[in-house]
Ligand binder design. Sequence first.
Ligand code: ADP
Length: 209
Amino acid sequence: MTQQRGRFITLEGVDGAGKSTHIAWLTDAVRAHGVSVVSTREPGGTPLGEQLRALVLTEPMALETETLLMFAARSEHVRTVIQPAIEAGEWVVCDRFTDATYAYQGGGRKLGASRIATLEQWVHPAFQPDRTWLFDVPLEVARARLADAREPDRFEREGAAFFERTRAAYHARAAADPERFRIIDGTQSIAAIREQLDASLAEMMAAST
Ligand code: ADP
């Protein structure tokens, strides 16, 4: 019998939208369906990727450098972690992926989509998440949550216009691929969001058997 391919789930959204809050819970929820699951994040997810993450979140650098480092980390991550797991039949839950580069570097920092599409085509041709949950919140909510949560990184220190461009680029991605994306209203309670994620996950499980 050939091994059934696993599924690739990504969580996206601006900083403070609430993605990371659900990663551990979601990993357990997938496992509760009797499926083996890997939980990971971007930038990062490998020893090299985590070093690149530390650089891109803290060091000043040109936009081109930033974008290339995101894809350098992603290349390592896709080849050594994500694709091998999926080919082995495991599910992968990932906090951010290429949609984040379209949103942050493409939208927030105004690089536009075409260079990112070129890099995407090079680094992971014909490979996309099976499901992407986009956590959506307005600026005030994201700001209030981050103020309570942690020291801001290079992206979290950006202003309102950057936030709005990033959020808009995420919405454009979702509108272009409604099959893959589910938009989650991130202003809801954590419990209400989990109910929605649970339902979406059950739908994926039913489709995969
Ligand atoms: P992200 O990963 O999207 O940047 P986090 O998951 O780190 O966001 O959440 C940022 C902060 O907001 C954390 O302190 C978290 O506890 C809080 N938070 C997350 N989701 C909610 C929610 N639905 N309601 C209230 N607070 C939340």
